[in-house]
Design a protein around this ligand. Sequence first.
Ligand SMILES: NC(=O)c1ccc[n+]([C@@H]2O[C@H](COP(=O)([O-])OP(=O)(O)OC[C@H]3O[C@@H](n4cnc5c(N)ncnc54)[C@H](O)[C@@H]3O)[C@@H](O)[C@H]2O)c1
Length: 262
Amino acid sequence: MDKLIDVDKLFDLTGKVAVVTGGGDGIGKGACEILASAGASVIVSDINGEKAAAVADGINASGGKAASIVCNVLDDDDLERLIDFAVETFGTVNVLVNNAGLGGGGRENPYKIDRQYVERIYSINVIAPWRLALLAAPHMKQSGYGSIVNVTSMSSINADPNMAIYGSSKAALNHMSANLAHDYGPMGIRINCVGPGATHTAALATVLTPEIEARMLARTPIHRLGKVSDIAGAILFFAAPVSAWISGQTLMVNGGGVQTLD
Ligand SMILES: NC(=O)c1ccc[n+]([C@@H]2O[C@H](COP(=O)([O-])OP(=O)(O)OC[C@H]3O[C@@H](n4cnc5c(N)ncnc54)[C@H](O)[C@@H]3O)[C@@H](O)[C@H]2O)c1
């Protein structure tokens, strides 16, 4: 059959430049690999330079285009260096995936955390994505294509014990994105969030027990926990032209259910 709609083109990022934070492992690594597979040149950034380099090497070895850089998203200078590096290396920034994030894990007993902890979690989960959006936006505007994808969490809508700081920071990121969509829309830039449910990564492995997994599965209609590729697919959807008229939204990717630690 002749193609009535060119589906490949809707997901094509050939000629586009993508920047991913926390790209050395887990969901960030999956994002780098799927964006490169869709044709983007990818800047793999991570606080761990070896992991970032390994992901970029893997993409280049498969015939894709990638470069890596050390970036601790808690460091303002690193954020500037990251965007400068993307522009110097591949010419611009079209896609920004704010993936690096911390906190939660049921470890946020209100009486056992201090102000420093709260500031750190909000810095990585809210302030860094805001700052990177600001730094990337002029390049997106100038290039004529911009999509920002923020990785939030199901914790942004769940309410659970010992999750107040992580959960509220991810909720802030959802709502900040919905608001920024109004600021950036006129510049031709979309901004959306992907909210993973429990997804098999190193971070999840630190809290998952067989009992917790069984409880999660009992409340998950698609009867398994998430794979990195499940989340990466949603990130590609928001990065690519297929979602050209979608902005300010949060998509939960969670097997249709709710996975909590309690
Ligand atoms: N895995 C899940 O179940 C799950 C669920 C909901 C939300 N999330 C969110 O997904 C995102 C990725 O989580 P993951 O499970 O893939 O984690 P992960 O631990 O598997 O990977 C995180 C990566 O980020 C890097 N990193 C850590 N601190 C950093 C910093 N300050 N600056 C730059 N890079 C840093 C690490 O080196 C690592 O490569 C986070 O925002 C997390 O909150 C994950």
